[in-house]
Design a binder for this molecule. Structure first.
Ligand SMILES: Cc1cc2nc3c(=O)[nH]c(=O)nc-3n(C[C@H](O)[C@H](O)[C@H](O)COP(=O)(O)OP(=O)(O)OC[C@H]3O[C@@H](n4cnc5c(N)ncnc54)[C@H](O)[C@@H]3O)c2cc1C
Length: 469
């Protein structure tokens, strides 16, 4: 498609929306981004309070400069930078703690990691075979074969070992935000084989919000526009074709790209404009789990390392079962000191929950309970943390829904379940002509932000190459 001079409206400035906006502006399209929040970045946004910069979620990036987030910045001539510490992450499961090296392509590192995590000697061969698989990118055929398998079933073919299973449960929760039984093995392998190959698990300098802000800056430099506090009320459809959007007035467009989520896009455009089979498929889509977070602004450096996953050992300590929970913790100020005042620390701790908000009372109670457990767990690990709190912020699933403008507070979006990945992932293209989807819900692969960036890259290429004409 000839994109030069085309009027493009992008609804939403999440990683996917901001990314595709910058890439299309680079093709000479006249791009306008309409964002309902007063800030850019959606679920990846980074905000400021009293000199501390906090991510609205709890973010780390699987491939940094070598992945799709870095690729968009390079293509749009941005200035995004990442920090990739080594070891990359600390993982504690059961009563064992391991350091995960930045370069996991080395078989020696894999053996050491499996021994340290407590895989039984008789199970080492199978566990090693599984991780060795992750040191090579799967072929297209292999990928197709494992996409429809749950990771739970796939790993059983290699080995059954308690500590190995706990490790895979933790990795699945971190990368795909689903229980092992619900997550696609193909997506797991896709995420980790690429992370291993890149050797660059990292954090964006400036916070998780740095990539989308980098793209939006480039968009403006290339003549595009971004309007904040500008919710789109309606996607206008005439004769099965979109002609623009209503956002405090009609804004005409040749192409409308929605970053609002697939379910929300159908509502904005009017369900009557979509065939019944499409509506049914959309209503049946599973979503990833939600999350709650506790953000700590500390007046002293209390928490280390910069990134860790901690799953308590309830078998050895049953008395902790009602008090603690598994947590994913990032300390952005340990890799980018500008994110907290001198000598202070910004710490973000999160845990998975259900995304649904149907029964609000139950959802609130559940979120409260998990947030209490996060605080207990942090205090269990860092007994003096409460003495150094400048401020603390608790966020629940309605908070995530509010940030992303979606109905529910899931971490990623359409779940990377066996029936919803690869070829079966919702397409960018919708049944409404000139209306496309971008972001975690459509067309991409990988871990959260990178999946949204991958979606932006693929949509840009498809539009540029005329695939949808
Ligand atoms: C707690 C938490 C932890 C996470 N951890 C990680 C991690 O460690 N690593 C990782 O890679 N990913 C992580 N993620 C996931 C990652 O943040 C998301 O997958 C990604 O940012 C989603 O980007 P997106 O482009 O799909 O859009 P979103 O971020 O959902 O953005 C959509 C945008 O559209 C706007 N919008 C919606 N409706 C309208 C409307 N009607 N009009 C105008 N604008 C509208 C919204 O305001 C928003 O800005 C985490 C997410 C959360 C919540």
């Amino acid at each position: 498609m000839k994109l030069k001079g085309k009027q493009v409206v992008v609804i939403g400035s999440g990683v996917g929306g901001a990314g595709v906006a910058a890439l299309l502006a680079g093709e000479g399209a006249k791009v306008t981004v309409l964002e309902r929040n007063p800030f850019g970045g959606g679920k990846a946004a980074t905000l400021e309070k009293d000199g501390f910069y906090y991510d609205t979620g709890v973010h780390w990036v699987s491939r940094g400069a070598n992945g799709p987030l870095g690729e968009i910045s390079k293509l749009a001539v941005g200035s995004l930078d990442f920090c990739a510490p080594d070891p990359a992450i600390q993982l504690t499961t059961g009563d064992k703690t391991i350091q995960w090296a930045r370069d996991m392509g080395d078989p020696g590192e894999i053996d050491k990691m499996l021994e340290d995590i407590g895989v039984l000697p008789e199970n080492m061969k199978g566990a090693r075979a599984f991780f060795n698989k992750l040191t090579q990118l799967p072929s297209g055929k292999e990928q197709e074969k494992i996409d429809p398998l749950p990771i739970y079933d796939y790993t059983k073919e290699f080995v059954q070992d308690r500590q190995f299973s706990r490790l895979i449960t933790g990795l699945t929760a971190m990368a795909v935000v689903l229980p092992r039984k619900d997550a696609s093995a193909g997506e797991f392998v896709y995420c980790f084989s690429r992370s291993f190959a890149s050797g660059s698990m990292s954090y964006p300098l400036g916070g998780a919000g740095a990539p989308p802000l980098d793209y939006l800056r480039r968009l403006e430099i290339m003549g595009g526009e971004i309007y904040y506090n500008r919710p789109v009320e309606k996607i206008v459809v005439q004769n099965n074709k979109t002609t623009g959007v209503e956002a405090g007035g009609f804004i005409p467009a040749d192409i409308v790209i929605s970053n609002t989520g697939i379910k929300e896009t159908v509502d904005l455009a009017g369900p009557e404009n979509f065939p019944e089979a499409y509506r049914e498929r959309i209503s049946e889509l599973l979503l990833s789990l939600g999350a709650v977070t506790v953000k700590y602004a500390l007046n002293k450096e209390v928490v280390k390392p910069h990134l860790f996953y901690y799953a308590p050992d309830f078998r050895s300590h049953p008395e902790l079962e009602d008090k603690l929970t598994g947590i994913f913790v990032t300390v952005p100020s340990l890799v980018d000191a500008s994110l907290a005042p001198e000598g202070c620390q910004m710490v973000l701790a999160g845990s998975a929950t259900l995304p649904g908000l149907e029964d609000k009372e139950m959802a609130n109670e559940f979120c409260e309970q998990i947030m209490n457990r996060i605080e207990n767990t942090m205090q269990h690990l860092f007994p003096n943390i409460e003495n150094h709190v400048e401020w603390k912020m608790r966020t629940d699933t309605p908070y995530i829904a509010g940030i992303s403008g979606r109905k529910t507070g899931e971490v990623i979006g359409v779940a990377q379940a066996p029936s919803q990945v690869g070829e079966k992932r919702p397409s960018h293209q919708t049944p409404v002509e000139n209306l496309y989807l971008v972001g975690s819900d459509a067309g991409g692969r990988g871990v959260g932000m990178e999946m949204a960036a991958d979606s932006a890259l693929k949509l840009w290429r498809s539009l540029r190459d005329g695939e949808y004409n």
